[in-house]
Design a protein around this ligand. Structure first.
Ligand SMILES: C[S@@+](CC[C@H](N)C(=O)[O-])C[C@H]1O[C@@H](n2cnc3c(N)ncnc32)[C@H](O)[C@@H]1O
Length: 219
């Protein structure tokens, strides 16, 4: 019953990407230019972004893989999106999840949404990136990321060592290029806009991201 109510609440409503309309446009602009085979999310939570990604992926016959470490959230998400034919949900740690996908999807064209960081003791972000940086056709969006030139975008900082920011990931992305929103946080028109970055892992995809005016390259 609870799962039924959650499903009715989260599907069909714009809760994905923290309800940020310009972030959605950035995603749509990337998605229109790159024919992704897979959409891969870490941190399913209740399945809100998973549901959005699944409806997007369905239009081109692509798959969605998402993992959640918390058993209760995984169970709720299973009732929300588990019956969608292109959704594959995993219960467990995001690092193990990405390792388990490597054999089947690492050579595909992949959009990642790295969002496994809510009340975490261990921040898996660097380990996630260390796995996927060698997957050549990857675009990676990281949520809750510090936008260096606009602190009105909120980000996650757990302590002095663990802050979701460029210095924190710099050694984990190889030659990847990092892009930030080129617009101001206020233009998202939500109460607490969350920062993010988009990373391209190839020169070819750098050219694609360079075309998107809502993004600017930082590295
Ligand atoms: C911010 S929420 C994700 C929100 C979701 N992506 C959305 O857009 O609706 C973060 C989730 O990551 C999960 N999480 C935290 N650490 C994780 C890990 N190492 N592996 C998998 N999931 C993790 C948390 O339990 C939580 O449900």
């Amino acid at each position: 019953m609870l799962a039924h109510r959650v499903r009715a609440t989260v599907t069909g409503k714009p809760y994905f990407f923290n309800r940020q309309g310009l972030r959605l446009r950035v995603f749509q602009e990337i998605n229109a230019r790159i024919a992704f085979d897979n959409y891969i999310e870490t941190g399913t939570y209740l399945g809100m972004t998973t549901h959005f990604l699944a409806t997007t992926a369905r239009q081109r016959g692509a798959q969605v893989h998402s993992c959640e470490i918390n058993a209760a959230f995984h169970s709720i998400a299973s009732s929300v999106v588990g019956n969608m034919e292109n959704v594959h949900l995993y219960h467990g740690n995001s690092v193990d999840f990405l390792q388990s996908l490597a054999a089947t999807v690492s050579q595909g064209i992949n959009f990642f949404y790295l969002d496994a960081h809510l009340g975490v003791e261990v921040l898996p972000l660097r380990d996630e990136l260390a796995i996927i940086r060698d997957w050549p056709n990857s675009i990676i969006m990281i949520d809750d990321f510090k936008v260096p030139f606009d602190e009105a975008f909120h980000w996650d900082k757990y302590n002095e060592e663990r802050e979701i920011s460029l210095p924190y990931i710099a050694d984990s992305i190889g030659s990847g290029s990092v892009y930030f929103p080129s617009y101001k946080a206020q233009e998202e028109h939500v109460a607490m806009p969350r920062g993010y970055c988009v990373i391209s892992m190839s020169e070819h995809y750098n050219k694609v991201l360079d075309e998107i005016q809502l993004l600017r390259r930082a590295k």
